[in-house]
Design a protein around this ligand. Structure first.
Ligand code: SAM
Ligand code: SF4
Length: 335
């Protein structure tokens, strides 16, 4: 694809990486308060600072015109955003017209109500975060969550024909004894499983080093029980996948701390305010909201070019560092 109608062209950064994947956060709000993600008393943004559904659609169209073929909706919790289905339906109409796929990362609390509508709007895959299948632990980690509600949501998604991938953040002393069991449960239920290392994003009450679980060690432990075969499968994200002998469930590992995944980075992240970040671990950004409101696509294109020119080579996360790598929480830019 060459120049688009605004003259923007494909998005290629200064390291030659082509940006084909956008993570679009549709809200900073959430109905849960996972301990590693948010502070207990998070202050959320006023509505006026958040892109409207129409602006989110207009922005998605600019990205699609510039070669983006995958959009993942995230948050905060995307399914608590008012008007979310309107956005999903609009993006669904673009599948086959530049867009290959829309996906969603969700905590699953609203899936029971929304799974069928997501499927009919064109969503085929969802990532659902589930760090434990123990109700008390679930309540402790999420501070507010009801495990049963999420499990019903996951079942509804599968029954609606959505492919479900479970995202589990590995937490030392909190869920590390459940990893094998979670893999076997995923296998029984027909889901894949991705394990994620905690990343130092935003201040939370806890010291993340207390629960940091390096996944390379976890892999060693899983290999004592399962035969893992590296898979060539890519889903556009940063996970490395493994086939597990004897199981249908695939295992993904997202190891930003123990193994940097930046080399093949194909994505940028949009906060619900229209701030676009070149990297999860840096503050490099451009602000698109006011440009969208005042100027339209040409100005947005120019700002995106500026973002690409300065997109960092990679992050520099260190779990033991005194302060988070960046001040914004994961809930600002989504997972
Ligand atoms: N609310 C949705 C959810 O929980 O799936 C979407 C947004 S949430 C920020 C996306 C993913 O980021 C979740 O899988 C969550 O577990 C993960 N996450 C949040 N904070 C994190 C952190 N500091 N380090 C690693 N993963 C984190
Ligand atoms: Fe909410 Fe997701 Fe963060 Fe948990 S991880 S607090 S569900 S945004």
């Amino acid at each position: 694809m060459g120049e688009n109608m605004h003259g923007g062209g494909d998005m290629i950064d200064s390291f030659g990486r082509r940006i084909s994947y956008v993570r679009l956060s549709v809200t900073d709000r959430c109905d849960l308060r996972c301990r590693y993600c948010m502070a207990e008393r998070m202050v959320f943004l006023p509505k006026s600072e958040i892109l409207t559904i129409e602006e989110l659609i207009a922005l998605a169209d600019i990205f699609i015109a510039r070669g983006v073929n995958r959009i993942r909706l995230t948050g905060g919790e995307p399914l608590v955003r008012r008007g979310i289905m309107e956005l999903v339906r609009a993006l669904g109409e673009r599948i086959g017209h530049g867009l290959e796929e829309i996906t969603l990362t969700t905590n699953g609390t609203q899936l029971e109500k929304t799974a069928a509508a997501l499927q009919s709007a064109g969503v085929r895959r969802v990532n659902v975060s589930l760090d434990t299948r123990n109700p008390e632990r679930f309540r402790f980690i999420t501070r507010l969550g009801d495990l049963g509600q999420v499990l019903r949501g996951i079942a509804a998604a599968r029954d609606a024909g959505l492919q479900v991938k479970i995202n589990m953040v590995g937490l030392k002393g909190l869920n590390e004894d459940e990893l094998e069991d979670m893999l076997l449960w995923c296998d029984r239920e027909g889901h894949d499983l991705t394990l994620i290392e905690t990343m130092p994003l935003g201040e939370v009450e806890e010291d993340r080093t207390d629960h940091y679980l390096p996944l390379d060690a976890v892999r060693g432990r899983l290999e004592q029980r399962f035969r893992l075969k590296p898979s060539f499968r890519r889903t556009g994200g940063p996970a490395r996948y493994f086939e597990v002998e004897g199981l249908c469930a695939r295992l993904g590992l997202i190891t930003p701390m123990t193994r940097n995944f930046c080399e093949g980075c194909n994505r940028i992240r949009v906060a619900a305010t229209g701030t676009v970040y070149g990297c999860l671990g840096h503050d490099q950004k451009v602000e698109l909201r006011d440009l969208l409101r005042a100027g339209g696509p040409e100005l947005v294109d120019r700002a995106l070019d500026e973002l690409l020119a300065g997109k960092p080579k990679g992050h520099d996360f260190r779990i033991a560092a005194a302060a988070p790598a960046v001040q914004r929480h994961m809930s600002v830019t989504g997972g």
